[in-house]
Structure formats: C-alpha cells, structure tokens
Design a protein. Structure first.
Length: 254
C-alpha cells in the first residue's frame, strides 16, 4: 500500500506495534524445555489482547498463530507440542497480523540460551545485512540493486542467500506489490521502490543452501543443501531519505 493519509499511517503504526511487541515478548519468553506450541499460544494471547488477528491463519489457514522454525527449518515451521526447544537451538519466530484492516509483518532468528552450536555468527550476519539493506532503501532505488547488496554482503560473511523466499509489499493485505523483494540481483525485476509505499524487507542468510523446499506437512521449509538459515524482517515505509521502520519495537537489532 501507499500511505496517503494520517489514518493510514496511524493504522499501520498500530498493527506494526502489535506484531513487533509480540515478537519481542515471544523471544524473551522462550526457554529450553518449552514446546513451540506453548510459545505460539503465548504469542497468540498477546495478539488477541491487542485486538490483532494472525495473518498466516487468516490468509492461508496456517495451523498456528505464528511461524516458529527451529534449527534446520528455514521458515513456516508449525508450532507443535512435540517440538521441544533445547539449549543452543537456532530459533526463528515470524509474526504477522491484521488489525482494523491493516497488516504488518516481522521476524527474527536468535540463539536460545548459550551458543553451544556456533549459530551466533550467522544470526549476527543476518541482522547486520538487514540493517545495511534498510539503510539503503529510498524511493527510486531498484529492487534488484537491493538484492545485489544483500547477496554481496552475505558472500563477504561466508554465506549464501535463499533465492526463492523474498520480502514483499504489505499494508491492506499480507502480500502486495512489489511481490518479490529478493535477496539476490534478479535482473528480470525492473521495479523500483516507491516513496510512501509500505514493504516488508527480510533477509534469508544461509550456511549452505540457496533454495527452500517444502516438507511433506505442506508448510515447513528446509534448505536444498542442508545447513542453517537466519532471517530478520522489518516492515518499513519508504521515503526519499531514511525509511520509517514501523516494527522497530521488536528490538531484533539489540
């Protein structure tokens, strides 16, 4: 969507606050020994208290309030009572929601407890790359050029990117134009970022894989070559200078 009125700006700020605070609280609440279903229900309660509705459930009938992916899972992990979090796990939580007709999306990967498996470097790279990417976004920038920046920074850090998972426009629905804000230079994408538009920008930084494949459950994604993936995501408003980060309250950069 494009922000044209104060009411639209207010609506996007409110829904973005809801998803950002939910993500922050879920990350702080997660503990070893906890099931991902319990963590998801905790997040769902926060969304409901704020009057927000789970976007993946509303849009796709996803079996959970949020997506919680653990270790080798890239994205869209289904919350489960059988999936128990362990010390040192690489955990990704993705929270998106609708509130009063407005939609927002954010996510973040983190190491649970002590970094006994050495995932922190990957997490830090993903955070830093997203920060640099967002700092470069302004009206008129080619979306393909942003993808080139993300992939270049990933390679500098010794990583690859997942090419079939992308950021996207958002606002009046979960996925809007531009439909693909890729993590690599897609030379066929001639679109540019537009001033006042709302987009969800996300990294998918990988240790080995370049493509995410869907498991038999129909939801969970894993890398085509194995390894691990870190993802971080903010919903922003594009301006002609520095973007407005609507989901900054999630504190994924802290």
């Amino acid at each position: 969507m494009s922000i044209t009125t104060e009411d639209e700006l207010s609506g996007m700020k409110k829904v973005s606050e809801a998803v950002a605070l939910t993500l922050k609280e879920m990350r702080n609440y997660a503990k070893p020994g906890m099931s991902t279903l319990h963590l998801d229900q905790f997040g769902g309660q926060i969304l409901q208290k704020m009057g927000a509705n789970s976007a993946p459930f509303l849009t796709y009938g996803f079996p959970g309030f949020t997506c919680i992916s653990v270790n080798n899972e890239v994205a869209h992990g289904i919350p489960s009572a059988k999936k128990i979090l362990q010390e040192g796990d690489l955990v990704n939580i993705d929270v998106s929601a609708e509130l009063n007709g407005f939609w927002s999306d954010n996510g973040g990967s983190f190491v649970l407890g002590q970094d006994i498996h050495g995932h922190q470097h990957l997490v830090n790279a993903s955070k830093q790359i997203l920060s640099k990417a967002i700092a470069n976004i302004k009206g008129g920038l080619k979306i393909a050029d942003l993808g080139f920046l993300i992939e270049t920074e990933a390679r500098k850090s010794g990583y690859t990117v997942i090419k079939n998972l992308t950021g996207h426009g958002i606002g009046r629905s979960l996925h809007e134009s531009p439909s693909e804000i890729a993590n690599f230079r897609d030379r066929y994408n001639l679109n540019r970022f537009k001033k006042n538009s709302v987009v969800a920008v996300e990294t998918f930084i990988s240790t080995q894989s370049t493509i995410a494949n869907t498991l038999a459950d129909g939801w969970t994604l894993v890398g085509n070559k194995g390894g691990y993936v870190a993802q971080h995501e903010h919903t922003i408003i594009v301006t002609d200078s520095k973007p407005i980060i609507l989901t900054a309250m999630n504190e994924i950069w802290n």
